[in-house]
Design a protein around this ligand. Sequence first.
Ligand code: HEM
Length: 204
Amino acid sequence: MHSQAPDVGAPSLLEALRTGTALLHVALEKRLPFFSDDLNADWYQRLLQAYYGFYQPMEAALYDCDLIPEGFDRVLRVKTPTLLNDLYALGLSETTVKALPRCTELPTLETPAACLGALYVLEGATLGGQVLRREMAQRLGIDARNGGAFLDIYGAETGRRWKDFLDYLGRMPLDAHARQHAVDAARSTFSCFEQWLDSQEVLL
Ligand code: HEM
């Protein structure tokens, strides 16, 4: 990792990540069907299958590359097992889950900074999950016990875990070059996810 003196006056890593991904977030949010009148149980299940098809290889790539800077608690934050349990709760068998398509066009994770950028996206998504959890409960009767645990993955700890993650990001001594790697990876995580969901025909 680049660890030269931080440039005074340059945007912080978090600011750079926010600025770099804000439009991509808005664009994806608009295409996700959670608030669509046409969303039904079948579409929700296909959507969750597609989420699994992205998160499973994405988290595996992140954890296998061994480049995540120290201080990130993967046991606490891993999300694929929860998605898997949701799929089982929705009635999918182990065989069906194994056969689900998985995304192969993933962001390049060749530096610790790139891992931080990708993690920012996956951790930030838990914030929106809180909004979506309420919506799915109201509209489809889906909660943490019958296929909606992923949307509420950190439950009452959501705010605290996000703050802890931001503190972790804030401790990373990235120079401008590394910061750019982080932003590129975060942007790429958004676009790979959107393209994958699109290919699975679950977006509006
Ligand atoms: C319809 C779907 C979504 C809704 C309604 C939604 C909504 C939200 C909300 C309300 C926040 C918190 C903003 C704040 O507290 O300032 C947030 C933050 C965030 N969301 Fe989403 N979101 C959605 C989907 C996603 C997805 C699919 C991803 C990525 C895979 C994502 C990534 C993020 C990130 C990275 C942040 C953190 C932004 C920051 O404060 O730095 N969101 N979202």
